[in-house]
Design a protein around this ligand. Structure first.
Ligand code: SF4
Length: 201
C-alpha cells in the first residue's frame, strides 16, 4: 500500500456529527426531529388548513390591510406622499392606496408639510371629523418639529393632534413613508380591545 494512504488514514479526524442509528426512527440528524417537536400547535393546524385566531385578530387584520388615507397635503412633502401612491412605489401593495376626498371616509391622516398656526385649527377640525379608529403619520421635519422654518408662524403637529408615527427627513423618501405605514400596520395589528371598540362596549 502506498505511503500517502497510511498518512491520510492516520490523520483522519473523528466524525462528531455522526447519525445515531440506535433510535429506530432516526433516518437523519437529530435536528430534524427537534424542529418538528418545536412546532407550535397553531403551525401544525395551519398545515391541515385550520386557522385559529381571535375576533380581535380578525378585526385588526382587516383594519391594517385596508387603510384609507385622506387626500390632504400641506407643503412640499405632499409631493413625496403622492409619489408613494403612484405606480413606481405603489402603496397599494400594502392596501393603503385608496386616498379619500373626505375626512368622514378616512382613517389615516398624513401631515405632509408645515403646520402653521393658521392651519392648526383646520387640521384639528378635519381630524375630529374622521371616524374612529383613526391614525396620524407626521411626515418630515417640518410637521414634526417645524424643521428649518423654526419661527412664530409654525407649530409641531403633536401639539395639535395625537401622532402615531413620525417620519424623519426633508423630504422623506416614499420608501420611508411606506415603512411608516408598515409600522402603523404593526401597531394596528397588535392593538387590544378591537372587538369592544367595534361593538361600542
Ligand atoms: S420637511 Fe422639507 S420637504 Fe417636507 S415640508 Fe418641510 S421643507 Fe418641505
Amino acid at each position: 500500500m502506498p505511503s500517502w494512504h497510511n498518512e491520510r488514514s492516520m490523520s483522519a479526524a473523528p466524525i462528531d456529527n455522526a447519525i445515531d442509528f440506535s433510535t429506530p426512527l432516526a433516518s437523519t440528524g437529530v435536528d430534524l426531529f427537534a424542529r418538528i417537536d418545536n412546532e407550535t400547535m397553531e403551525q401544525q393546524l395551519l398545515q391541515s388548513g385550520v386557522v385559529m385566531t381571535t375576533i380581535d385578530g380578525v378585526i385588526n387584520w382587516g383594519r391594517k390591510n385596508s387603510i384609507w388615507p385622506m387626500a390632504f397635503g400641506l407643503a412640499c412633502c405632499a409631493i413625496e406622499m403622492m409619489s408613494m401612491s403612484a405606480s413606481r412605489f405603489d402603496i397599494s401593495r400594502f392596501g393603503a392606496e385608496v386616498f379619500r376626498g373626505s375626512p368622514r371616509q378616512s382613517d389615516l391622516m398624513f401631515i405632509a408639510g408645515r403646520v402653521s398656526n393658521k392651519m392648526a385649527p383646520v387640521i384639528r377640525h378635519l381630524y375630529q371629523q374622521m371616524p374612529e379608529p383613526k391614525w396620524v403619520i407626521s411626515m418630515g421635519a417640518c410637521a414634526t418639529s417645524t424643521g428649518v422654518f423654526n419661527n412664530y408662524a409654525l407649530i409641531p403637529v403633536n401639539q395639535v393632534i395625537p401622532v402615531d408615527v413620525f417620519v424623519p427627513g426633508c423630504p422623506p423618501r416614499p420608501e420611508q413613508l411606506i415603512h411608516a405605514v408598515m409600522m402603523l400596520q404593526e401597531k394596528i395589528g397588535n392593538s387590544a380591545g378591537a372587538t369592544r371598540q367595534a361593538l361600542n362596549l
